[in-house]
Design a binder for this molecule. Structure first.
Ligand code: PAF
Length: 285
């Protein structure tokens, strides 16, 4: 596995692989963008990339512009050596681990803003978050020039933002969304789960329970968003230590609330377990 620190090195590698590295059939380069602290969810993205692309590049960059001033940028888990070992074992061909200065050169002023979409769901309580995500992902796509880029459905609002950004800017990269990976008890994997004490982790299970409840109701024929939200809030009420930030039924492309769920509608929740903010969702069938 090669490790690159600069955009120029990564771009040169990517172009070389595309030119020399295969039989010319199928996508060449798959990109898995991450902020590190890798877990089985990231491994599933690497697997998906390796299954359909000849080369996989994993980026590892804790992006400061997607954190608010009072958020957890400073304490976000960083585990470079363990991440390298995991990436190598998972078959990553190249790891891109740039510095903040490399991604945001002195004086850099250009940002990518997806408009109203950026202020829905998580964007309501995290102003500027999706601007930071859209900007850094655009930079990563420009640096790696991938045929495909892989993201987890767990961050469903982020997926909507990235799809919009990639479409608006006419990136040639296909955005691939992979299913949420969960622990056996249902907790969606997240690097932030590392913040949870055993007691808090037990409380955090209420997020997946609430999502499952909405899915069960849909399976029984319920379509009204108000009923799905009320049922999910009832589940949350049984775990008073957890503070719900939102429980919403939205169109997955626009993130605008809908009254009636149809196939592909997103049911999404965010909640605070102590000082840890977690999210979960389901795409309703
Ligand atoms: O999902 C993440 O880990 C980050 O938001 C991403 C897409 C790598 C951008 O920093």
């Amino acid at each position: 596995m090669e490790i690159f620190r600069t955009v120029a090195e990564l771009r040169e590698w990517s172009r070389r692989q595309r030119k020399d590295g295969g039989n010319g059939i199928g996508p060449s380069i798959g990109l898995v963008p991450t902020m590190g602290a890798l877990h089985a969810g990231h491994v599933s993205l690497i697997r998906a990339s390796r299954a359909s692309c000849r080369f996989t590049v994993l980026s590892l960059f804790v992006n400061p512009t997607q954190f608010g001033p009072k958020e957890d940028f400073a304490r976000y888990p960083r585990a470079f050596e363990a991440d390298c070992a995991l990436a190598r074992d998972a078959g990553v061909d190249a790891l891109f681990a740039p510095s903040v200065e490399e991604m945001y050169p002195a004086g850099a002023a250009t940002i990518v803003d997806v408009g109203d979409l950026g202020s829905r769901l998580d964007g309501q309580s995290r102003p500027g978050h999706f601007r930071g995500v859209a900007t850094v992902v655009a930079k990563l796509l420009i640096a790696a020039e991938p045929d495909r880029a892989f993201f987890g459905q767990k961050d469903a609002a982020q997926v909507a933002v990235i799809r919009r950004m990639a479409g608006d800017l006419r990136f040639a990269t296909e955005i691939v969304v992979c299913p949420t990976v969960r622990d056996a008890d249902g907790l969606a994997l997240s690097s932030r789960n590392a913040y949870l004490s055993p007691a808090a982790r037990a409380q955090a299970l209420v997020l997946s329970r609430a999502v499952r409840r909405a899915e069960e109701l849909v399976a029984q024929g319920e379509r009204r968003a108000s009923a799905l939200i009320a049922a999910a809030r009832e589940v949350f009420a049984a775990e008073p230590a957890v503070r719900v930030e939102y429980a919403e039924v939205v169109d997955w492309a626009t993130l605008e609330p809908v009254e009636i769920a149809t196939p592909g509608t997103l049911f999404a929740v965010a909640a605070w377990v102590g000082a840890t903010r977690l999210i979960d969702n389901a795409v309703l069938r």
